[in-house]
Design a protein around this ligand. Structure first.
Ligand code: FE2
Length: 352
């Protein structure tokens, strides 16, 4: 238990960091006493960050308009996501599937509730063995939509992702089933589904129009930020959960479930409320998945060092090397367990 003097010393040393992170994407109310301060949030700190981040994203998106078709822009403004069926020509998609599903790659797995997420890093070694996937990830459809929706010319981090639901031996509820916003500012996630996703398989759910910062959404954000001590664990870390009553309070409709055929691309702003739909049977979803996140307070949309061609595909390697260091040298348990070479489509996991 730290003494009062230790606590004082810690807060004196960390204060500049806490203050500086107000103008970053830092989102946890509990890890930064400024962001979680009831008094500062009553005075409008959280709501102010939300408003400023959205205003800047709107300006950046305007400058990126030429990257997407007018019809996609209109759909996005209304819904908060774009769905493109038959994203690749059928023959190319068959090749992409074959190169992703037909080879084993270094993988990591994580358990959340009764669901396992397996990820394969899209890194230089992967891209070497998957040229059709590489062409798609470097092409205008994936990048145009990800840049526009994410409001930055930023190469998304990409993985092959497998979700296994109702994994035997695990009974806790999967926290991703609750509708939530990933963070307080516009941000992008993208899925290219490699197999059909049936209603029973837990399709991606999204509340149409919930990406817009309406006065009612802002009031809801303000109210949550003043009650940090009453929030659940993930909400208090900055991914606010929204109940059915909250959606009604904000004038939002019920979520739609994206049961879609293979070869469908979905690109969404995950400031909008979304969730993994509940699966009514043990199931598996395999997708090419990417996300982009950057300091939301930058006025410019480019100049991202991490997107340089030599760096972009190596970012995940650096992160995974750090995880290995924690596991092997520091003997710390990490959420993303190294499971060696795996096929993306494998039905069983290291968790069961
Ligand atoms: Fe999410």
């Amino acid at each position: 238990m730290p003494t009062t003097a230790q606590r004082l010393l810690r807060s004196t040393m960390l204060s500049p960091v806490w203050l500086a992170s107000v103008l970053t994407g830092a989102k946890s109310f509990v890890d930064n006493p400024l962001l979680g301060s009831r008094r500062l949030n009553q005075a409008g700190l959280h709501a102010g960050r939300v408003r400023l981040a959205h205003a800047l994203a709107r300006q950046r998106r305007q400058r990126l308009q030429s990257l997407v078709a007018a019809a996609d822009r209109e759909t996005f403004e209304q819904q908060g996501f774009v769905v493109r069926q038959q994203a690749l020509p059928a023959t190319e998609f068959a090749l992409l599937r074959q190169e992703i599903l037909g080879q084993a790659f270094p993988s990591r797995e994580m358990l959340q509730g009764d669901a396992v997420t397996r990820r394969i890093a899209v890194n230089p070694a992967f891209l070497e063995r998957a040229p059709v996937t590489r062409a798609f990830l470097q092409g205008p459809l994936w990048n145009g939509l990800c840049h526009y929706v994410g409001s930055y010319r930023q190469t998304p981090m990409a993985y092959v992702q497998t979700i296994l639901s109702h994994v035997p031996g695990h009974r806790d509820a999967d926290p991703q089933l609750q509708l939530h916003a990933d963070t307080f500012h516009p941000t992008v996630k993208a899925w290219l589904f490699l197999e059909d996703v049936a209603e029973e398989d837990g399709p991606f759910c999204y509340v149409p129009g919930s990406h817009r910062l309406t006065p009612r959404r802002l009031a809801w954000e303000q109210a949550r930020s003043e009650q940090v001590d009453q929030l659940d664990r993930l909400s208090s870390r900055g991914s606010l959960r929204a109940s059915a009553e909250a959606l009604e309070e904000m004038g939002l409709p019920a979520p739609i479930r994206m049961a879609v055929p293979a070869n469908t691309l979905v690109v969404a702003d995950t400031f909008g409320f979304h969730a993994r739909g509940p699966a009514s049977r043990p199931s598996r979803r395999v997708e090419l998945w990417g996300y982009g996140r950057r300091n939301p307070f930058l006025p410019w949309s480019g100049f991202d060092l991490g997107s340089l061609p030599w760096i972009a595909p190596r970012r995940i390697d650096s992160y995974w090397r750090y995880l290995s260091f924690c596991e092997q040298r520091l003997h710390r348990q990490v959420a993303w367990r190294d499971v060696g070479l795996q096929f993306a489509g494998a039905h069983s996991s290291s968790f069961g």
